[in-house]
Ligand binder design. Structure first.
Ligand code: BDR
Ligand code: CA
Length: 327
């Protein structure tokens, strides 16, 4: 008997790495629906890119919804300087035949979770849609069993020295979600920087003869050109935790708060590592050393990914791409 595939809803701002995450999820999980948000680029592009990816992968039966186009309090400062003007690097996305659903993404989230409580929510962009849904229907906090979130960091940022893009883009939304009580697994930059897009990975994707692998090879090329070999597929790292849990080799349960007011730290995910931090915090975290529970601080609310097996990542990715050749 085969194990039933895990049901997920994905909320994303489809840029380069979201596209790869979608490729992994569509083939390996049961994707019930996808909601989109303004983030890497504007909503008009993120929803279109998402529909495009469902067409390239052949998963057009998965409904795609548009949610909010801007953060709760501020205008959107997008990341088109990273993902290209349209969001998918060099790929000029034609208008897909697959239509956008007419319902608002937040209505979809509320209706679906009020009817089902067994669907993991994956978030790959700013948390705007999820926060609006929670404000509008607070009972959702008891209906979403778990959020797997690409966002934040246990160390440094990218949008600012302290803050990661998804959280920095809408810190108020992130705070609402992180304080909701929903169990959260966080894959932040501290983890995703362990994955590298390499020429070898691109060549391996190029050697696979199907449209999905060709799209992924072009996305690899974009990341390589932009970053000179230091780029990562952040969102793909996050979804690996569900697709193949062995890719994430270490995690810690920590209390995480979102800074909304700091002059230099707005949007930072403040991870309380004190229970692990002795004389050499890095080493102590490595040893999973824990101090006495009498230390100050709140109980852990987030499981934070700490280490990734890059070889396994590549193996699972390439295996998934090969399986797109099967009919
Ligand atoms: C995250 O921000 C976006 O640019 C990526 O799609 C990813 O979700 C990385 O900071
Ligand atoms: Ca994203």
């Amino acid at each position: 008997m085969t194990t039933p595939r895990r049901k997920v809803i994905i909320d994303c701002d489809t840029g380069v790495d979201d596209a790869l995450a979608l490729v992994l999820c569509l083939k390996n999980l049961e994707v019930v629906g996808i909601t989109t948000v303004g983030g890497n680029v504007g909503l008009a592009s993120t929803q279109r890119n998402t529909r495009y990816v469902t067409e390239v992968t052949g998963y057009t039966h998965v409904p795609v919804f548009a949610g909010y186009d801007r953060p709760m309090l501020e205008p959107l400062r997008d990341a088109s300087y990273v993902h290209g003007a349209g969001g998918l690097g060099p790929i000029e996305v034609p208008e897909p035949k697959k239509p956008l659903e007419s319902r608002h993404g937040v209505d979809y989230l509320i209706e679906t979770y009020m009817a089902h409580d067994d669907i993991t929510l994956i978030t790959l962009g700013p948390l705007t849609n999820v926060a609006h849904a929670l404000l509008r229907e607070p009972r959702l906090a008891g209906r979403i069993p778990e959020i797997l979130c690409m966002g934040g960091s246990a160390t440094f940022g990218n949008a600012t020295p302290a803050a990661e893009f998804n959280i920095y883009t809408d810190p108020e939304a992130a705070k609402i979600v992180f304080e909701s009580g929903i169990p959260i697994r966080m894959v932040g930059l501290n983890l995703t920087r362990e994955q590298r897009v390499t020429p070898a990975l691109m060549a391996a994707a190029e050697a696979i003869d199907n449209d999905v692998a060709r799209m992924v090879a072009r996305l690899c090329g974009h990341v390589l050109d932009r970053s000179g070999g230091t780029g990562s597929f952040c969102d793909a790292c996050a979804v690996m935790w569900l697709v193949e849990p062995a890719v994430i080799t270490k995690s810690l349960k920590l209390h995480v708060t979102v800074e909304t007011r700091g002059e230099f730290t707005r949007g930072m995910t403040v991870c309380d590592t004190r229970p692990y931090a002795g004389a050499a915090p890095g080493v102590d975290i490595d040893r999973q050393w824990q101090s006495e529970p009498s230390l100050p601080g709140k109980a852990p609310n987030v499981e934070v990914a700490m280490d990734l097996d890059q070889e396994k990542f590549n193996e699972v990715l390439l295996d998934t791409l090969r399986r797109y050749s099967e009919t």
